[in-house]
Ligand binder design. Structure first.
Ligand SMILES: NC(=O)c1ccc[n+]([C@@H]2O[C@H](COP(=O)([O-])OP(=O)(O)OC[C@H]3O[C@@H](n4cnc5c(N)ncnc54)[C@H](OP(=O)(O)O)[C@@H]3O)[C@@H](O)[C@H]2O)c1
Length: 301
């Protein structure tokens, strides 16, 4: 099987490439950075520029499935122009892939896109399955809604479409966990706000296993990619401190402090999503990391 991956050089993409190559798949990938191009027997890079609608058409030759992970990081200050980039890097890149699939002969039968649990409204008690139609009334909620709409148009080409609504990815190599662990390592760990907000996390290994599970079984539709047991922010930061052998006694950090420091992006630390993993479990996926402590130890120790 040959798979085309976008965002293959990012946090999730790197792990996914390693896993799929180990499983014997052949990979093409699209990158916006010329210096990330490689040309190996089963791992070939091609350039694209979604802003300008440019894509190397050779990238879909003999490809059976596309895994679309590309998007500008949400972990940078949300200025007006950067917010535009967060949205456009996802929607325009999807549109470029749609146009290529529509206008260029190919044998792609499955399109799998990253998505995010940020689409679900902020709630302390509601549990969100995939068929929930509520969309969070925030910048991120709207980004995910537009991103998924762009992805859905690909089903009009008679291609199976899957969306992987991803929770907080725990990886020792970067992303949110490394940032959260930084103050804790200095003995300065503290929860945010009430600390009660729920964090639906997933170990990066489980996330890439889920992508592999979906692509190899040809599963269609939307899947939440979160471990079955979300935890509160208090438990998460306390868990990081425990695993690192650091104290955890400081008062919680009020919202206004983080709002002053991070601007609108502070909502990432305060919003609460209790997301259901039942659908992917029902499809037969078995999580490697069900316990937060085990996931933290694996990534931090
Ligand atoms: N990590 C999380 O906690 C999390 C949670 C929910 C959802 N997700 C979603 O999962 C996907 C993968 O996440 P990740 O953590 O691996 O992201 P990442 O490390 O930031 O990597 C994303 C990749 O997208 C490409 N990219 C960056 N800016 C771009 C732009 N302006 N236009 C087109 N491509 C661009 C880059 O690859 P090249 O330089 O090779 O082009 C980059 O390596 C993302 O879409 C993200 O929104 C992640």
């Amino acid at each position: 099987m040959k798979v085309l991956i976008t965002g293959a050089t990012g946090l999730v993409g790197n792990e996914l490439v390693t896993l799929l190559l180990k499983n014997g798949l052949h990979i093409n990938y699209l990158t916006i950075s010329e210096d990330k191009l490689q040309n190996e027997a089963h791992y070939k890079g091609f350039l694209w520029n979604p802003d300008k609608g440019i894509i190397d058409e050779r990238s879909i030759e003999d490809v059976d499935a596309i895994i679309h992970l590309a998007g500008a990081s949400i972990a940078k200050r949300w200025t007006q122009s950067y917010k535009q980039e967060i949205l456009e890097s996802r929607v325009l890149s999807t549109n470029v892939l749609y146009s290529l699939l529509k206008n260029h002969p190919n044998k792609v039968s499955h399109f799998i896109s990253a998505s995010a649990i940020g689409i679900y409204p902020d709630s302390l008690d509601k549990v969100y399955p995939e068929d929930s139609t509520d969309v969070d009334n925030s910048f991120l909620g709207k980004v995910v809604e537009k991103w998924e709409e762009a992805v859905d148009q690909i089903s009009s080409l008679n291609i199976k479409v899957s969306k992987v609504r991803t929770g907080l990815v725990l990886s020792g190599r970067g992303g949110a966990l490394r940032e959260m662990a930084r103050p804790v390592r200095l003995g300065l760990g503290a929860a945010f706000g009430s600390g009660k907000q729920l964090q639906s996390w997933i170990h990066v290994q489980d996330l890439v296993n889920i992508y592999s599970f979906i692509v190899q079984r040809g599963l269609e539709g939307t899947y939440n990619a979160v471990a079955p047991y979300p935890v509160s922010n208090d438990v998460l930061i306390g868990g990081i401190a425990k695993v690192l052998g650091k104290p955890y006694f400081l008062p919680k950090i009020p919202r206004f402090v983080m709002s002053a420091m991070l601007g609108e992006m502070h909502m990432l630390l305060f919003s609460s999503q209790n997301v259901s993993a039942k659908k992917i479990l029902g499809a037969g996926y078995q999580f490697k990391f069900l316990s937060l402590e085990k996931a933290l130890k694996d990534n931090l120790c």
